[in-house]
Design a protein around this ligand. Structure first.
Ligand code: MN
Length: 236
């Protein structure tokens, strides 16, 4: 059995090649008795489980088809699809995980995160994160009609991309002491996350921090097979 980890596919209607790459990945790499962990930003945006169009249906069908046949799929929220809820997960047969989440694999304690919570140098972003992850904000947002939610999401994206243009590159990466704190506090053997779009295996005082890449020119994944974790990529 293999365990796969992916993140930051950023699937969206306007990029059908990414949905195709995901279908191809899940069809050709992942066996039905394997496990698939999707560690956030699977979708470029998510404004509520009640929003559906042909694109969303097609992605749901890819997942549904596999989980119905026995594949175990786990979902973690990213900073773009944090509104994915129980309805979506139930429909596609996936299990929603908290961020962070610890699994045990081949006697290794592995911590899974999306990764945005590690970027503590970006104070504006952390404040924004605290706001939109609050129950009050989410209840208020989800009570709006779809048209209004789409407007709000569009504005938030525009503000964020404007802000990111002027931010120092380093501020948008993980904070080193936050990483070490997390690893030490939970005494994990491996940390896996995405979000930064900087795929690499870092050595954090002897603990590997495996960073998944975003999907674009390449698809990135981590495969665990017979006790080894490998960070791999393939041309899309
Ligand atoms: Mn992200």
């Amino acid at each position: 059995m293999s365990v796969f980890f992916i993140s930051d596919l950023h699937l969206e209607q306007n990029k059908p090649h990414l949905t195709k790459a995901f279908k191809n990945f899940i069809d050709s790499k992942v066996n039905l008795h394997d496990e698939l962990f999707i560690l956030g930003d699977f979708f470029e945006q998510w404004i509520g489980d009640d929003n559906e169009d042909d694109f969303i249906k097609s992605v749901k069908n890819i997942l549904k088809d596999k989980t119905a046949k026995g594949l175990t799929v786990y979902f973690m929220h990213g900073n773009r699809d944090f509104l994915i809820g129980d309805k979506f997960c139930k429909e596609v047969g996936a299990i929603l995980l908290d961020d962070p989440y610890i699994i045990n694999l081949e006697e290794k304690k592995i911590m899974l995160m999306h990764g945005d919570s590690l970027c503590t140098d970006d104070e504006d972003y952390q404040n924004f994160r605290n706001l939109v992850r609050s129950k009050d904000w989410q209840e208020d947002f989800l009570s709006k009609d779809l048209k209004e939610r789409k407007e709000v999401a569009k504005n938030l994206r525009e503000i964020s991309s404007l802000e990111n243009q002027t931010k120092d590159e380093n501020i948008m990466d993980v904070n080193q002491s936050e990483v070490l704190k997390i690893i030490e506090n939970h005494s994990v053997d491996v940390l896996i996350h995405g979000h930064t779009h900087r795929p690499f295996i870092h050595d954090e005082n002897g603990v590997p921090r495996m960073v998944l890449g975003d999907w674009g020119d390449f698809l990135w994944f981590i495969e665990s097979s017979e006790g080894n974790l490998n960070l791999l990529k393939e041309k899309i």
